[in-house]
Design a protein around this ligand. Structure first.
Ligand code: ATP
Length: 367
């Protein structure tokens, strides 16, 4: 009987609970035992009560819950081999044979590394007498699978990540609230939203709220040009009778000299050049909170079902899988390739190589 464990790792995202729920219930449905690891990789390294068998009714009501009920953490020990050796020992003691991780690119990199290193870890545990020959024989191979939980929608190889539509919904609602006061007082608001290397939230929120101007990391403008262009666009909107101005700035937005675009700089320009009564609002952690929207519940549930299938059908010769969605179909991708591509896009943005960014976006994905 397979014993499948699930953990959430990295930043929390609405829909992670729906993903955990679907993984647990699919595992049980397929006659496996289901386990949760509390607090991400720290739980794996600490063992004991952090690793628990879980039953069908334990996840009642989790489908819509925001955040992650099993906790998430950043764990430095797991980045070291020693930490992974302890994690391996704890997993074997708990009888776990497969691991599904819902997290960002860092968490999935850790999972793939753990899988690749597994044979040498179990060998060392056997040689040092920490596990028996029986345990060694039973745990020859670790099946893993990644699902992507990230509000930024910043993973390559998948159209959407779990949590991004919920976060977009929060942002749009917040901007709707701000709109009312902006309209009443004819004010301008500069609104900072999340997105370190990926402007998806800013761009989508900008379209969905008819913002006047948007700054995203992927499309920096020349320092000398953006202020003039922004003022021209906003003046035109005001001349047409618009009583409010909304500018959205992704937290990772940069100009072409790689300097961050600061909301306060944008505000100063709107005040000085256009004489607008301007306020800055940083939406912060409300963007992560609240229940998952219907799409995230659906996406997380379908991906949970596929993730269990992927670990049940995995073997040592196939690459680690990551579950995503492409053109409305749930798909399985090569996890390492997806993470590599994500990192290459971030590096190309940092290096101002925007032709490279566009080229990378056209990459053919592999299973
Ligand atoms: P987010 O996108 O929200 O930042 P993430 O999964 O990328 O999510 P990280 O902080 O990068 O978040 O990673 C979460 C945890 O995954 C780390 O604290 C660490 O325990 C593990 N991890 C990350 N990178 C590695 C790695 N290269 N090797 C081993 N473990 C790693």
């Amino acid at each position: 009987q397979q014993c499948i464990a699930v953990m959430t790792s990295g930043g929390d995202a609405p829909g992670m609970n729906a993903n955990v729920r679907a993984i647990i219930r699919t595992a049980i449905h397929k006659n496996c035992k289901a386990y949760v690891i509390h607090e991400g990789y720290s739980g794996l390294v600490n063992g004991g009560d952090f690793i628990k068998e879980i039953h069908w009714s334990d996840v009642n009501g989790w489908l819509s819950d925001g955040g992650t009920n099993i906790g998430t953490a950043r764990c430095m020990e797991f980045k070291e081999r020693e930490g992974r050796l302890t994690a391996c020992h704890n997993m074997i003691n708990a009888g776990i044979t497969a691991l599904i991780v819902c997290g960002g690119d860092g968490s999935l990199t850790g999972a793939d590394l753990f899988r690749a290193e597994w044979p040498s870890l179990i060998k060392e545990l056997l040689d040092t007498g920490k596990i028996t020959q029986d345990q060694f024989d039973k745990h020859q191979f670790l099946n893993i699978c990644g699902t992507v939980g990230s509000i930024d929608n910043d993973m390559s190889s998948t159209d959407v990540t779990i949590g991004s539509y919920s976060s977009l919904d929060r942002i749009c609602k917040a901007i709707d609230y701000i709109d009312a006061t902006a309209n009443s007082h004819q004010r301008a608001f500069v609104i900072e939203v999340m997105g370190r290397h990926c402007g998806w939230l800013a761009l989508m929120a900008g379209i969905a709220t008819s913002a006047d101007y948007i700054f995203i990391p992927e499309s920096p403008s020349k320092q000398s040009e953006w202020s003039e262009h922004m003022c021209k666009v906003i003046s035109k909107h005001r001349e047409r009778g618009k009583r409010k101005t909304i500018v959205i700035v992704a937290e990772g937005a940069i100009d072409s000299s790689l300097n961050p675009i600061s909301c306060n700089d944008v505000k100063d320009i709107l005040v000085e050049k256009l004489g607008l009564d301007t306020r800055v609002t940083t939406l912060g952690h409300v963007q992560r909170g609240g229940p998952a929207v219907a799409f995230d519940r659906y996406l997380a549930t379908m991906q949970g079902v596929y993730a269990v299938d992927a670990v049940l059908n995995g073997n040592p010769d196939t690459p680690s899988p990551m579950i995503g969605i492409s053109e409305n179909k749930i798909i399985k991708r090569n996890l390492v390739d997806a993470v590599k591509l994500t990192k290459s896009v971030a590096e190309a943005i940092n290096a101002k190589d925007f032709d490279k960014v566009m080229e990378l976006r056209d990459t053919e994905f592999s299973e």
